[in-house]
Each structure stands twice: as C-alpha cells, then as structure tokens.
Design a protein around this ligand. Structure first.
Ligand SMILES: [Zn+2]
Length: 155
C-alpha cells in the first residue's frame, strides 16, 4: 500500500472521466424515459398496464438515484486528484484518523520516542491499489467501507 504515482493518478483520472461521461449520458436518457412513462400514465387508457408502469418507473428512479450517487463520488474523486478534495486521493480518511490518533497517543506517552519513531508497519492510510483499480472513486478502504455502511444502515 503506497501513495499512487503520477502516472497512476493520470490513469485513474482518465477512467473516472470516462465513467462520469457515460453515467451522465445514462442518467439523461433514463430521465427522459421515466418522463415519457409518466406522460403515458396521465393521458391514456393504459389502466391495465399502470401497475407495471409504476413499477418500472420506481425501478428507474432507483437506478437514477444510484447513478447520481456514483456521479457525485466520481466528481469528488476527480477533485481529490486535482488537489481540491477534502483529502488526498488514494487515502482512506478513516485510516488517516486512526493513525493520527495513535500518533497523538504515542506522543502523550513518550514525546521523544514518538518523534523519532518511524510510522509503524501496517499503519498506512493508502487504499490498496487493487481496490482503486477496481473502484477508483472508493472513499474508504474495504474495512472502513463496511464500517461506514453499517453506520448508515443503523442511522
Ligand atoms: Zn481505512
């Protein structure tokens, strides 16, 4: 787990931009389709079909919502690559927080030693490359992603 190189960042940026463009296109056409579906419902004698239409529309709206979520995440990741994000691209902010807390704790225990000590092994805020290759807009490492999702569900 190391900091992404400039070449890697460029590659992620290209992947993200491509994804973003295709998702934006998708959402646009899905919205059109959803609108058309609701027009039909309002106007014509498709009463028998209405059930399925409503289902389709709900399904579509769910998809749109999901994709808009992903779009937001991609935009945030692109901001991070450009240095305008809330944190540096490739870092898991929750890991970073853990490291900072541990550093603060060590410094309290033994200020001299904490200053001299190199960061302990396994204490890296970087999201593993394999994860970023697969999901360049990932905000957290796998471990913290799970924590985050659990928190969201119970909230
Ligand atoms: Zn993490």
């Amino acid at each position: 787990m190391t900091k992404p190189t400039k070449t890697e960042l460029l590659k992620y940026k290209q992947v993200l931009e491509k994804q973003l463009a295709s998702l934006r296109g998708d959402v646009g056409s899905m919205k059109d389709e959803a609108l058309r579906a609701s027009d039909q419902d309002a106007s014509v004698d498709h009463l028998a079909d209405q059930g399925t239409d409503n289902y389709d529309q709900g399904f579509m709206l769910g998809l749109i919502e999901n994709e808009e979520d992903t779009i937001k995440r991609i935009e945030e990741a692109l901001d991070r690559i450009a240095g305008r994000g809330e944190w540096e691209f490739g870092i898991c902010p929750a890991c970073q927080e853990e490291i900072d807390q541990k550093k603060a704790k060590d410094a309290k225990k033994d200020p001299k030693k904490a200053k001299a000590a190199k960061p302990a092994k396994g204490l890296e805020p970087w999201i593993p490359k394999a994860r970023l290759e697969y999901l360049p807009w990932a905000r957290y490492c796998v471990r913290h992603q799970e924590v985050e999702e659990r928190n969201r569900e119970s909230a």
